[in-house]
Design a protein around this ligand. Structure first.
Ligand SMILES: NC(=O)C1=CN([C@@H]2O[C@H](COP(=O)(O)OP(=O)(O)OC[C@H]3O[C@@H](n4cnc5c(N)ncnc54)[C@H](OP(=O)(O)O)[C@@H]3O)[C@@H](O)[C@H]2O)C=CC1
Ligand SMILES: C[C@H]1O[C@H](OP(=O)(O)OP(=O)(O)OC[C@H]2O[C@@H](n3cnc4c(=O)[nH]c(N)nc43)[C@H](O)[C@@H]2O)[C@@H](O)[C@@H](O)C1=O
Length: 372
């Protein structure tokens, strides 16, 4: 097995993102000193010739592939073409160049949405390609499945050591808080924070929040009623009920879907653990299927093993933030997959498990969020 030394040349693709930044911090804390990075502006990973030149110049020995087109349920559903095209391009370019340039080990990040919409729960690695995908994220999931199969196929044909991990829903400091394109946890944290500010009549903090998050059309001169209109577009509004004024938040879907959340620093720790301690040759022995000549499902699920309904998540965030108002659900918005709990027994057998509770993680992100 190729060993990552403290001075190995390690490329982190997507090092400014939620996961990439946590992987970079984890590696730096552990004393890795030769980290290679490029921002989107410096290297567009969808551009084959630029990625080719980059690999030939930098010759990384190890690669963490955490760059991707990523978003929540609405972004996946709306930007279907970009989710399939950009993800296929990025991963094709990096995985193929890693092979051509003799990269010793690569970690590809997939997603739990690769599993069928109605897969038995918890979902083991072996339920891949056993049923229909969830419609809202089908293009993204197909790109991710192609990436996993590409890693597995290169390992089998070319003898490379490219490992795929399938993370559950992640959250943490460097998350996307855009109310249209983000995942549920950062969206709810911000909506509930804005609801609390509205409850307190703190329009100054609402204005600061919208400016900080580059809300379209909002500036220092935006009038108060326009701020309130903006919040209304995202289901955050003051209402009068029984002569009482209070704030009501309208969240998406029924609130019934179940999701599993993992603190991104735990996720980064799992990624580095796998890169430091495992290789495709261990994983092929755990490959699924009855026919031992067929090597498949060599990827590894990464999760916390615990699930929560969206409604209970909203109430947990409400408690952490200290919002007193009402929460309702807008059933005209999609629910997505009904349940998405990963079977993490393979990862536990390899020797890793999550540490951070959901409440601790949410409290840490909220403290960080309000500190600006
Ligand atoms: N967030 C989640 O809940 C989950 C994420 N994942 C997977 O984890 C990985 C990381 O996701 P996450 O950190 O959340 O995503 P982010 O959106 O936070 O980060 C993505 C990173 O990719 C980079 N990037 C995107 N497109 C390009 C491009 N064309 N060229 C160069 N760089 C590009 C961005 O660069 P820059 O910052 O420079 O613009 C950014 O740093 C992805 O593979 C994702 O599918 C899987 C399951 C759940
Ligand atoms: C990581 C994962 O992320 C995506 O899948 P998802 O888990 O369905 O996405 P999500 O986090 O956006 O929503 C989870 C649930 O939450 C509900 N919900 C309520 N209110 C808000 C809300 O305000 N924003 C959002 N985004 N969701 C909300 C929402 O209706 C849904 O029921 C895919 O991209 C997929 O490809 C993928 O890999």
């Amino acid at each position: 097995m190729a060993i990552m030394n403290k001075d190995s040349r390690i490329y982190i693709a997507g090092h400014r993102g939620l996961v990439g930044s946590a992987i970079m911090n984890n590696l730096q804390r552990k004393g890795y000193v030769n980290l290679i990075t490029r921002t989107f502006e410096e290297l567009d990973l969808t551009d084959q010739s630029k990625v080719t030149a980059f690999f030939e110049y930098e010759k990384p020995e190890f690669v963490f592939l955490a760059a991707a087109k990523v978003g929540g349920i609405m972004a996946n559903n709306k930007y279907r073409a970009q989710f399939i095209y950009e993800n296929l391009q990025i991963q094709n370019n990096i995985i193929h160049q890693a092979y051509l340039n003799g990269v010793k080990k690569l970690l590809f990040l997939g997603s739990s949405c690769v599993y069928p919409k109605n897969a038995p729960q918890p979902m083991s690695e072996d339920c891949l390609l056993t049923g229909e995908l969830e419609y809202t994220n089908e293009p993204y999931a197909i790109a991710k499945i192609a990436g996993m199969k590409m890693c597995e196929s290169y390992n089998l044909q070319y003898g490379t050591d490219f490992i795929s991990v399938m993370p559950t829903n992640l959250y943490g400091y460097n998350d996307n808080f855009n109310l249209e394109t983000s995942h549920v946890l950062p969206a709810l944290l911000r909506k509930i924070h804005l609801g609390k500010c509205l409850e307190k009549g703190d329009l100054r903090e609402i204005r600061n929040d919208l400016i900080r998050n580059q809300a379209e059309g909002i500036t220092i001169d935006t009038e108060d009623h326009e701020l309130l209109n903006y919040l209304g577009r995202f289901g955050i509004a003051e209402i009068i009920k029984d002569n009482d004024r209070h704030v009501r938040l309208s969240l998406w879907g029924t609130g019934q879907p179940l999701r599993e959340f993992l603190w991104v620093e735990d996720m980064a720790d799992a990624c580095v653990f796998v890169m430091e301690n495992h290789s495709f040759s261990d994983l092929r022995n755990s490959s699924g299927g009855n026919d031992k000549t067929e090597i498949r499902n060599t990827h590894i699920n990464i999760g916390s093993g615990k699930e929560v309904s969206i409604k209970d998540l909203a109430f947990l965030i409400k408690e952490v933030v200290g919002f007193k108002g009402e929460i309702v659900f807008d059933t005209s918005k999609p629910d997505g997959t009904p349940r998405k709990l990963l079977d993490v027994s393979k990862l536990s057998t390899l020797g890793w498990q999550a540490r951070t509770s959901l409440k601790e993680g949410i409290a840490a992100v909220y403290r960080h969020y309000i500190s600006g």
